[in-house]
Write a protein that binds this ligand. Structure first.
Ligand SMILES: Nc1ncnc2c1ncn2[C@@H]1O[C@H](COP(=O)(O)OP(=O)(O)OP(=O)(O)O)[C@@H](O)[C@H]1O
Ligand SMILES: [Mg+2]
Length: 410
């Protein structure tokens, strides 16, 4: 296998930070050669609230991944979460410039710049301007206009933005841990790389990554995203409800949820009892499992209702491929069944797949974002290959990334 590059992805989550080092081969396959998943608590609902703790977690994750792989991490693709992540769609049109009226990469870049020039408040950073499709002399639905003869080129883009200060705080933490940033990637778009098939994206599909503090959402149609959002709900809300309902600690509630919890109340007998430690009481107490699961079901039902209304407001139409659930909290028993009932759509649970190397424990839903960041990086690298029809120099940014990626070879 010929090695093309070594990439790094860092998922800075509410419950964990995970750094992954991956080797991309020429045929595009990904092999994990280093990993560092560490528990974290410097974030609230996907946003950095404690710089020191976050730096510490990132540094630990990076060090673990470095030790396993024998590589030194210089730069990384870093995931961005939090409710401040928002999206909009915008179009831009230009006249095709070349003397032979053939669409070049430069025309595409200019059209994309025009689309990007929508008014975005100065307190927001643009994370992505993703071309969704092109309209060439009025002909809609063109995926790749390079080399086509045309007079007018119009691009439809999906723009993802984030709070500038939240992004700054995250960047600060990554840099203080000794890592430069290749690109900031919306968590949901990274997860989508790890769990969605091309067919699903063409048909229309949603990916919902339910983590500890947030639900990262991206809706796709015709192969690309058209709505990206983050909802401020996750597995922590479920655990909190159980802790309050049973007057017990968060640790005990978390364990109860993971070991005995389900959203499928029909699967729980009315007389099933489980023992729990209660705050301030010496001896354990017996509680009804049905009662615990009612608390869990109610919160998850509310989560799916929020998801449904977000999808409705995005004008999702049909999304024939339904909703793909991932993230740690998608591992809750009965979650797909409840999702189908509330959303009235197909629902499947997904985890990363199709990667090699040190994948123990990584092929579970909690690692979709981390693995997806590597896949995103690999796709960026592939896109920076000189294009067939290229007549203008490649976009500077991508060229720079490509050189930088090469720079981490030992
Ligand atoms: N087996 C399980 N059953 C139910 N919930 C689980 C299970 N395993 C993990 N979880 C929940 O998954 C959540 C953590 O998921 P994940 O690791 O995806 O979050 P994160 O990426 O750190 O957070 P976020 O993306 O919200 O910033 C926790 O709330 C945890 O309770
Ligand atoms: Mg996450």
């Amino acid at each position: 296998m010929e090695r093309e590059a070594v990439l790094v992805g860092i998922d800075v989550g509410t419950s964990k930070v995970c750094a992954l080092i991956g080797e991309v081969s020429r045929d595009g396959s990904l092999t994990i050669i280093g990993k560092g998943p560490v528990p974290a608590n410097g974030l609230k609902k996907g946003v950095v609230v404690n710089i020191d703790q976050t730096v510490h977690s990132i540094a630990n994750a990076v060090e673990q991944a470095e030790r396993l792989s024998g590589w030194k991490i210089d730069r990384a693709f870093v995931g961005v979460g939090g409710q401040h992540v928002e999206s909009q769609n915008s179009r831009g049109a230009v006249a095709v410039s070349g003397h032979n009226r053939e669409v070049t990469r430069e025309d595409v870049n200019r059209a994309t710049e025009v689309a990007r020039a929508v008014s975005i408040p100065s307190n927001r950073d643009v994370l992505h301007v993703l071309p969704r499709g092109f309209i060439v002399d009025g002909q809609e639905g063109v995926k790749d206009p390079l080399g086509m003869s045309a007079i007018r080129l119009e691009v439809e883009t999906h723009i993802v933005t984030a709070s500038a200060t939240a992004v700054q705080n995250l960047s600060k933490c990554v840099q203080a841990a000794g890592v430069k940033i290749d690109e900031l990637v919306a968590n949901s778009l990274a997860s989508a790389e790890a769990v969605l098939s091309e067919t699903e994206k063409e048909l229309g599909v949603a990916v919902a990554d339910i983590g500890a503090g947030t639900l990262d959402l991206a809706l796709f149609a015709d192969g690309s995203p058209f709505h990206t959002a983050v909802l401020p709900v996750g597995g922590n809300n479920v655990t909190n409800d159980v802790a309050i309902g049973l007057k017990t600690s968060l640790q005990v509630a978390e364990e109860l949820k993971v070991r005995h919890g389900t959203c499928d109340l029909r699967a729980v007998g009315q007389d099933e009892m489980i023992s729990v430690t209660v705050l301030g009481e010496e001896a354990g107490r017996q509680v009804s499992r049905h009662e615990v699961c009612q608390i869990i079901e109610a919160r998850m039902r509310e989560t799916f209702e929020l998801l449904r209304s977000e999808m409705e407001s995005a004008g999702h139409g049909m999304l024939p491929a339904g909703v793909v659930l991932t993230g740690g909290a998608a591992q809750l028993a009965g979650v797909a069944e409840l999702g189908r009932e509330v959303l009235q759509m197909p629902v499947r649970i997904a985890a990363p797949s199709g990667i090699g190397g040190l994948v123990d424990n990584l092929l579970t839903p909690a690692y979709s974002t981390a693995v997806g960041l590597l896949l995103w990086g690999a796709a960026t690298l592939a896109a920076s290959e000189p294009a067939r029809y290229e007549s203008a120099p490649a976009m500077g940014g991508l060229g720079r990334i490509r050189d930088a990626l090469r720079s981490i070879f030992p």
